[in-house]
Structure formats: structure tokens, C-alpha cells
Design a protein around this ligand. Structure first.
Ligand code: FAD
Length: 396
């Protein structure tokens, strides 16, 4: 089969959805095609590790409603080749799609463990969620590998379902390197109090799925059995198509402020894109929903000719049991970290400073402050520990 689209989007995630909606808002007649290798129409990923576990909402509730744009969805198809001269892409069944403008919204893939099996789940997709739900019954022994965003969220959700959760990660504590040391230590205690067995400073080196259980081996040679294993060990951007077709790639597909790649007819956005972040004055690749929505929207508008620069400083959010936060900019404990707690580790603001500027803000159970935090990061300063304290929260 051959298809022809004005705007073709490869990848059917949050970014693709935002782009299709923006294209449709600007052009009622445009022919929009979306090709995605998952079997599902674009859906929200964040509830997979949070809301779907808490409220037992049906999975249909996370559908983004992309079909309403009139975009044609080609699902369960993987694009395997991009011919920039012919303006075509080809899928894994040999179908060819011709485009006028192309958006690469291919996202990212979880890092795989050096072993596999049905009970070993590198957590990313709706199918991964459905697979894990089958094992996540009360008293099931589940290992969560990784102490970052996905690991800490999924561990809390599994514990909430009565599973016996063991977290294993090489860092010194949950969110180490991102949160201040004392906050990370508080979280470790918080998880332990809620029944999570925490194995910090531990590297999983091997594992085997025996069919009805998985055995994990850690670096000191000890091993343990689990009913299932979930990995949240980070992701890598899906850049194969871009690389193979000669686009500039460097920790993601390199785009300009208009989200154009090194080929003016091809855009990239979301988890896969490495973009110039004007407010921070650095290039970033962001793996968060706000960036996926914002960049997808901008890319869609620019595909129909708007020419807008993406200048937003993305924020992200997370929920850990009944704790939650929003964060803006760079969270890196190698920066100067200034803590301001209204209630220690329950409610407060953490500022990350460098060279007299605020580079990041963690809003811990403090809500409605994303815009003021963005403004603080953009302010010239200079700030030091004393002068930055009390800048947030601000009445809005
Ligand atoms: C469990 C989970 C919880 C999260 N929670 C939060 C949160 O609380 N807060 C937050 O800010 N962010 C969160 N995120 C991150 C957020 O969901 C991502 O940043 C966002 O989904 C990225 O969207 P995307 O469309 O750019 O990429 P993706 O979601 O990766 O979508 C890309 C799609 O393209 C497909 N694809 C790739 N290559 C091809 C190809 N060649 N042909 C066809 N299809 C292809 C992929 O399979 C995938 O379906 C979470 C992510 C996960 C996994």
C-alpha cells in the first residue's frame, strides 16, 4: 500500500497527539497520518505508574482522543526506513507513506536488563502495565530495579496494592543525585515504613525467569526469588531512523528552536528531541510529559508554517505514596542546594543555584508555583543562599 499525507507523524505517543491536535487547529483540511508500533492509539503514560493503580480506573480513561482530529492512525506498524530525498517512510510490512512534512515523535525505549522473560518487565507501555497487573496481587513478591522516577513511583503503587516490594538500586537512596541528601534519606525511611524492602547501593548483575518465578543475582553473588521483576533503569532515545537517514543526532535528534531537524521538512519533538532551552541557555533532552505536550504542540504549529520558537522551560511532576511534587529546571545535587522547609520533608521548596543564578526549583507538596519558579530561573539575580530563601511560594 502507498499512503500520502501533508503531515506524517512517526510514533503514536503524547507528542504525536499534541502535534496532530495543533495541526488540526490550524488547518481543517490537512491530511494527517500517524504511524505507531504499539497496538494502542496515543494514551497518557503517567497514570501507568500512579493513577491507574490508585483508583482502579479503566485503561480506556487514559486514551488521549487523537482520533477526533481526523488523523489516520496506522497502529502496530513500525517505520523501518526514511528516504529524505523521496520524502517517504516505509513500515515493517512494506507499506510506504509519502509526506510533505514529517515529525519524528519516536520517544524513548527503556534500557533492557541483561536478561529477560515474561515476568521481567522494563516498564514503559500500556502493555507493560497490563502485564504487571497480572502479577501484582496481594503478597506477591515483586522486585523493582531502579530508584529514580519510574522505580520509586511503581514501588509505591505496588506496595499500595499489598505486594511485598523490594527495591534494588545502585545509588545511596531514592532519588539520590537529584534530591538533597536529607530528603532522599527521609524518603528511604518513608518507603520502609510502608513495607518496602530497600536495598540501596546494590547492583543487579544477572537474573533468570524460571517460568513461575524469577531469580535475581546481585553483585556480591547473593540471589533472591521474586514473582515478577520491574525495571525502571532509564531510557534511551529512539534515534535509529534519524541516524540512518543522516540527520544530526547527539543525545537525541538535534533540533533548532522551531523544532526543525537538520532537514527543513523534518521536525522532532518530545523525549527523542535535543532542543535549545533558551531560559537555561543549554541544550536539553527532556523525558517528561509537559515537554512532550508543549513540543508536540509547537512542532505541529510549525509544520503548518507558524515558525514559533519553543521557549518554554518544561516542568515535571511525580507522586510517591501521598507525597507529590512539581519541579522546574535542573535538579542536580552537585549544584548549590538551598532547602526551605515549612514542614521538614513534607512541604517546602528546594532551590538549585549555580553562578548566582537559580537553575532548578523543586516544589515539594507546594502547588501552583510552576510559573513563579520559571520566572525565578529566568531572573538575572544574582542570588545566593540567603537572598533566594523565601522567593517562593509567591502569591499569584
Ligand atoms: C510509567 C511512566 C510514568 C511517567 N510519569 C510521568 C510523570 O509523572 N510526569 C512527567 O512529567 N512525565 C512522566 N512520564 C514521562 C512521559 O510520559 C514521557 O515524557 C512522554 O510519554 C513522552 O512522549 P513521546 O510521545 O515523546 O514518546 P513516547 O511516549 O516514547 O512515544 C513514542 C512512541 O513512538 C513509538 N515508536 C518509536 N519508534 C517508532 C517507529 N520507528 N515506528 C513507529 N513507532 C515508533 C514508540 O513505541 C512509542 O509508542 C512517565 C513515563 C512513564 C513510562
Amino acid at each position: 500500500m502507498q499512503y500520502e499525507y501533508d503531515h506524517l507523524i512517526v510514533g503514536a505517543g503524547i507528542t504525536a497527539d499534541a502535534a496532530a491536535k495543533a495541526i488540526r487547529e490550524s488547518d481543517a483540511a490537512a491530511r494527517i497520518g500517524i504511524v505507531g508500533d504499539e497496538a494502542h492509539a496515543p494514551y497518557e503514560r503517567p497514570p501507568l505508574s500512579k493513577a491507574l493503580w490508585k483508583d482502579d480506573k479503566p485503561v480506556e480513561s487514559i486514551d488521549l482522543g487523537t482520533a477526533k482530529t481526523g488523523a489516520v492512525l496506522h497502529l502496530g506498524r513500525r517505520i523501518v526506513a526514511l528516504d529524505r530525498t523521496a520524502h517517504t517512510v516505509t513500515d515493517d510490512q512494506g507499506d510506504v507513506y509519502r509526506y510533505h512534512r514529517l515529525l519524528l515523535a519516536t520517544g524513548a525505549t527503556p534500557r533492557r536488563l541483561p536478561f529477560g522473560g515474561e515476568r521481567v518487565i522494563a516498564f514503559r507501555t500500556l502493555d507493560d502495565y497490563l502485564a504487571l497487573r497480572r502479577y501484582a496481587v496481594p503478597d506477591a513478591r515483586i522486585a523493582v530495579i531502579g530508584g529514580g522516577f519510574i522505580g520509586s513511583e511503581i514501588a509505591a503503587s505496588l506496595a499500595g496494592k499489598g505486594c511485598k516490594v523490594t527495591m534494588l538500586f545502585p545509588g545511596s537512596g531514592i532519588g539520590a543525585g537529584r534530591y538533597p541528601h536529607n530528603l532522599s534519606a527521609f524518603l528511604d525511611g518513608y518507603y520502609r515504613e510502608r513495607g518496602v524492602d530497600l536495598c540501596a547501593g546494590v547492583r543487579v548483575v544477572d537474573g533468570r525467569d524460571f517460568g513461575d518465578y524469577v531469580e535475581l543475582v546481585v553483585a556480591d553473588g547473593t540471589s533472591a526469588r521474586f514473582d515478577a521483576v520491574v525495571a525502571g533503569t532509564g531510557v534511551v532515545p529512539n534515534t535509529e531512523l534519524a541516524t540512518a537517514s543522516g540527520l544530526v543526532v547527539d543525545n537525541g535528534i538535534v533540533v533548532d528552536a522551531q523544532l526543525r531537524t537538520s532537514d527543513p521538512d523534518i521536525f522532532a519533538a518530545g523525549d527523542v528531541a535535543n532542543f535549545p532551552c533558551a531560559p537555561l541557555g543549554v541544550r536539553l533532552r527532556v523525558e517528561h510529559e509537559n515537554a512532550a505536550i508543549g513540543m508536540g504542540h509547537h512542532a505541529g504549529r510549525n509544520m503548518v508554517g507558524a515558525g514559533d520558537a519553543y521557549t518554554t522551560l518544561p516542568f515535571f511532576y511525580s507522586d510517591l505514596f501521598d507525597l507529590g511534587y512539581e519541579a522546574v529546571g535542573l535538579l542536580d545535587d552537585r549544584l548549590e542546594v538551598v532547602e526551605q522547609w515549612t514542614q521538614p520533608y513534607r512541604e517546602g521548596v528546594v532551590y538549585y543555584l549555580d553562578g548566582g543564578r537559580v537553575r532548578g526549583v523543586l516544589l515539594w507538596n507546594v502547588w501552583g508555583q510552576v510559573e513563579p519558579a520559571r520566572e525565578l530561573i529566568e531572573a538575572r539575580g544574582p542570588f545566593d543562599a540567603e537572598s533566594v530563601r523565601g522567593k517562593l511560594p509567591r502569591l499569584v
